[in-house]
Each structure stands twice: as structure tokens, then as C-alpha cells.
Write a protein that binds this ligand. Structure first.
Ligand code: XMP
Length: 516
């Protein structure tokens, strides 16, 4: 296994992900707990993460010195390179002192020496694109190291001590903007640490099941299903671990897409035989949403009402000791601020986040370290149907935030029809999997049209489709005009209440993916 020592970088989980992709098991430990993790895991290699901190600052984090004396390979990334340099007797200076500033974004380095990290990948003399993000830099490397690659802004872009098998990389190999980054990390795990790379999602499943059993004991677990992939995968995994100790509650707020609620019920009750409480509370949600037009007010109402209903059901089944959630890693980073600064609330996300504190329950979150596509892979591993696992993400507040202005049952029904046509056309064109999210929105605007010689005065439907890897940034999906024209024609012809269709050409940022 590989121990990843975390110094608080936003992308530490990406390192773990690359290590998993190389077929190697890893664990992340905060630097304060790294020594204990090391003793427990007995890893074959260590990776030191980046950090928002600065090595020259007093009080900035350090790796346990013992790690450098353990005789196993170490890869330091960015801050990890700098802290290793400092702890082994080299020098790191703040960017402002060297007068050269930092390096941020795309950079090119030149390979100057062979190195085990470059095996079968990079040759001496070649130039390669990498992604830099640093202010400070190594100004004097530690004894035993030599430069193996260099860039204009970072003379010590990659340094290596092949005898001790210590490597320091100034750039970020874990991000996709370093095209060969995943291969560099795989070279570290395979060639340097000698790990075979045969770890799989099946083993992740087995490990998590053991962890869940250990955590829960003979306690009772309750899980809120949202209809989405994450909570479903979490529930199926937990059910496999503890069986009937798990009860799922599906708060059906009536703001789902067409056919979705039925699918959830048949999947859980029918295919998996998981104890499921299905509460149909459409009426409650729609009456509460009447005349609510402010996006945040909608989100807050839905979040709060969801919790109220969930709590009622939890009481009705006699309470539970644990609350299971399908929290993913991107949810974790969005909610934790390592820099300490207050971050602006763009939207109040509804994903039962308020529940644990209010209900005084401990959390079971088996997907916390995974990214969306890894959750899908785990879902397949657990036998969930492909059509369910591959489904586009859907926000907790559902269609309510895709109907700017007032939400009514009638408008939800209109939107469901338009959305279903749009998605059907996308599926038929074989584009569904190439798109991160595609959906229709129903605008609170009426425009004039003409159909069969008669005047119409109906709502406008907006279509959105984006590509993304994590929902944090997104590009507009470039449909061809014929496709969009066809969808527009079908929607106007088949959905009463819509007489005009527009396509949303805004990327994120500056737009968000959802309209509210
Ligand atoms: P935005 O609109 O913020 O959305 O660009 C980013 C991603 O998050 C989803 N989303 C939500 N998911 N609860 C959720 O579970 C929410 O309240 C929520 N709001 C937005 C959105 O669909 C996109 O995938």
C-alpha cells in the first residue's frame, strides 16, 4: 500500500485517485497522524501532498522525521517536495524573496537526467507539459539529490535521490492538466515501490464492508434515498455489510424526473429487497412551495422539509444510531475550507447535510473518498443496473430549481415531459454518456407563437447540456444544430404549455450548471 501524507492541499484526494488507478491501495493521513498510520499500514511507499501553507513560515506543517528514516521510497509533490528538502537539509525560499514570483498554470519542463519516475515515458532532452501552482521554491536541494528535470520558473522541477529512492516534484502530477501525471505516479508505485497494481474495486468493496461492520456493530442505520446514484450505491453497499440493520427512507417530494420515483422503489424493494419506507409527500412540498420564487428560499424550504419528514420516519421506525450518507469527495472539499477564509455561499446545497447535528446521529459515509466515476464503478461492481449507475447527477431540490419562478404541479408535469423528450433524443443519438448533465428548464416567461394558423401564448423551455469532470467547472456541450432543431420541434409539438425552446450557451463559471 501507499501512505499519502496530507498537508491540506485541495487535490490530495486526486493523488489517492491516481494511486487507485494504478491499481494500488492507499490511505490518506493528515500529517499530524502520519506516524501512527505508517506504523499501522506498513506501506511500501509514501507520497507527501501539496499544501496552502508555506515551508519558510514558522509553524508550517512538517512530515514526521521518522518517515525519512524508514528506508522506503518517498515522492514529495509541490509542498511535499519543499518540506522534504527542508527536512533533509536543503533550502526553500518564499517566491517574493527570490524576486521571481511563482509559477501558476501550464508550464514546460525539460528532462535533464534519466530517473526511475520517467521509465518508459520521458527521455533526456524532451520537453513536457505540466501544471504548476507554487509561490515558494527549492533554492538548494538536500544532500544526495540531483536535478532530473528543470523548468524556467522552477530549476528544481524534479529532483531525485535514486539511492534513497526519494523524489521531489515541483509540479502537480495528480491533476489532468499534467498529461503524463497519472503515468508518473504509476511509475512511482510500480517501478519504484514495486507494487503490482492488482488492487481493484472488488477489494474496495470488501474493505469498506469490513469497515462498515466494524463501525456499526449491532447498531441501526438509516439512509435517506434521493433517487440519485450516490445514495443508492451507499445504501446497497451498507445493506451488503449489515443487512436488515439498515432501513432506507425515500422522501418522495414529487420533484423527480419522469418515472424516477417508481424506479427507485422497484430497484430497492424488488431487486435488492432492502427495507424501504416510501413517503409520498408531493402535496406537502408543493403547497409549501406555492408562491415561493426566490431560489434560496426554495432551497431552504426543501432542505428543511426533507429533514422534517425524514426525522418523522426515523422516529416511526424506532430511531437509529447511525445516519448513512452518499457523500462524495467533491462534496467534502466544497464544504471544507483549508485556507480558513470564509467562502461565499453560491447556493445552499441540499443533501441532508443538516441532519446529523439535529438528530444527534453518527455518520456512515462509505463513499467519502471517491469521485463520481468511481462511485459508478462501485455501483456496477455491486450489480446496480447500468441505466441507473450511468445516470446524470440530479440535484437534491429536484425540478423546483429548474422552474425559475413559482413551482406548481402543472409546471412540474410540463417540465417532466419536455425533459423526458430531450433525454430520449440524447440517448437515441448515443450522446448520453458523453454529457455530464443534460436537462430542461421551464422559464417563467410566456412568448407568442403560431401553431396551425392559431396564435399561441405559452412558456419558454430552456435546454442545458454540459461536460464536466466534477461539476465544479463545466463547458457547454456543442450539439449540432440539426439535433437541437429536432428536439425543439418535438418539445413544441408534443408538450402542451411550451411554444418556444432555447439553448443555454453559458459555461461554468460564469454560469452555474443549474439555473437556481
Ligand atoms: P451548480 O448549479 O452549483 O451545480 O453549478 C453543480 C452540481 O451540483 C448539483 N447540485 C446539487 N446537488 N444538492 C445536490 O445534491 C443540491 O442542492 C444541488 N444543487 C446543485 C448540480 O446538479 C450539478 O451537478
Amino acid at each position: 500500500s501507499i501512505l499519502i501524507v496530507d498537508f491540506g492541499s485541495q487535490v490530495t484526494q486526486l493523488i489517492a485517485r491516481r494511486v487507485r488507478e494504478a491499481g494500488v491501495y492507499s490511505e490518506i493521513a493528515p500529517y499530524t497522524m502520519a506516524e501512527a498510520a505508517f506504523a499501522r499500514m506498513k506501506p511500501k511507499g509514501i507520497i507527501l501532498s501539496g499544501s496552502p501553507a508555506s515551508v519558510p513560515d514558522a509553524g508550517s506543517p512538517r512530515a514526521p522525521q521518522a518517515l525519512f528514516e524508514a528506508g522506503i521510497p518517498i515522492l514529495g509533490i509541490c509542498y511535499g517536495q519543499q518540506v522534504m528538502t527542508e527536512q533533509l537539509g536543503g533550502e526553500v525560499r518564499p517566491g517574493h524573496e527570490t524576486g521571481e514570483g511563482g509559477e501558476f498554470g501550464r508550464a514546460f519542463l525539460t528532462v535533464t537526467q534519466p530517473c526511475a519516475l520517467f521509465d518508459g515515458l520521458w527521455e533526456v532532452g524532451e520537453r513536457h507539459q505540466v501544471w504548476m501552482s507554487h509561490g515558494d521554491k527549492v533554492t538548494q536541494f538536500a544532500p544526495g539529490f540531483e536535478i532530473v528535470a528543470t523548468s524556467d520558473g522552477a530549476p528544481f522541477a524534479v529532483i531525485a535521490d535514486e539511492a534513497r529512492r526519494f523524489y521531489g516534484i515541483q509540479f502537480h502530477p495528480e491533476v489532468v492538466h499534467t498529461p503524463d501525471g497519472a503515468k508518473l505516479i504509476a511509475n512511482f508505485t510500480r517501478h519504484v515501490c514495486g507494487l503490482a497494481g492488482d488492487w481493484t474495486m472488488a477489494e474496495f468493496r470488501a474493505t469498506k464492508i469490513a469497515e462498515i461492520r466494524e463501525q456499526v456493530g449491532d447498531g441501526k442505520v438509516i439512509c435517506g434515498l434521493s433517487g440519485g446514484v450516490d445514495s443508492a450505491v451507499a445504501a446497497v453497499l451498507i445493506h451488503e455489510a449489515i443487512g436488515e440493520q439498515l432501513t432506507c427512507v425515500f422522501v418522495d417530494h414529487g420533484l423527480m424526473r419522469q418515472g424516477e420515483a417508481e424506479q427507485v422503489v422497484s430497484l430497492f424493494k424488488g431487486s435488492y429487497n432492502i427495507p424501504l419506507v416510501h413517503r409520498d409527500v408531493e402535496e406537502l412540498f408543493l403547497s409549501g412551495l406555492a408562491e415561493v420564487t426566490d431560489p434560496e428560499a426554495k432551497r431552504k424550504f426543501i432542505g428543511k422539509t426533507f429533514i422534517d419528514v425524514f426525522e418523522e420516519e426515523a422516529k416511526a421506525i424506532g430511531g437509529a444510531d447511525f445516519l448513512a450518507q452518499g457523500t462524495l469527495y467533491p462534496d467534502v472539499i466544497e464544504s471544507v475550507s483549508f485556507t480558513g477564509g470564509p467562502s461565499v455561499t453560491i447556493k445552499s446545497h441540499h443533501n441532508v447535510g443538516g441532519l446529523p447535528a439535529r438528530m444527534n446521529m453518527k455518520l456512515v459515509e462509505p463513499l467519502r473518498e471517491l469521485f463520481k466515476d468511481e462511485v459508478r464503478e462501485l455501483g456496477r461492481e455491486l450489480g446496480l443496473p447500468e441505466a441507473f449507475v450511468g445516470r446524470h447527477p440530479f440535484p437534491g431540490p429536484g425540478l423546483a430549481i429548474r422552474i425559475p419562478g413559482e413551482v406548481t404541479k402543472e409546471r412540474c408535469d410540463i417540465l417532466r415531459k419536455a425533459d423526458a423528450i430531450y433525454l430520449e433524443e440524447i440517448r437515441n443519438a448515443g450522446l448520453y454518456d458523453a454529457i455530464w448533465q443534460a436537462f430542461a428548464v421551464l422559464l417563467p416567461v410566456k412568448t407568442v407563437g403560431v401553431m396551425g394558423d392559431a396564435r399561441t401564448y405559452d412558456s419558454v423551455c430552456g435546454l442545458r447540456a454540459v461536460t464536466s469532470t466534477d461539476g465544479m467547472t463545466a463547458d457547454v456541450y456543442p450539439f449540432d444544430a440539426t439535433f437541437l432543431t429536432n428536439v425543439a420541434t418535438r418539445i413544441v409539438n408534443e408538450v402542451r404549455g411550451i411554444n418556444r425552446v432555447v439553448y443555454d450557451y453559458t459555461s461554468k463559471p460564469p454560469g452555474t450548471i443549474e439555473w437556481e
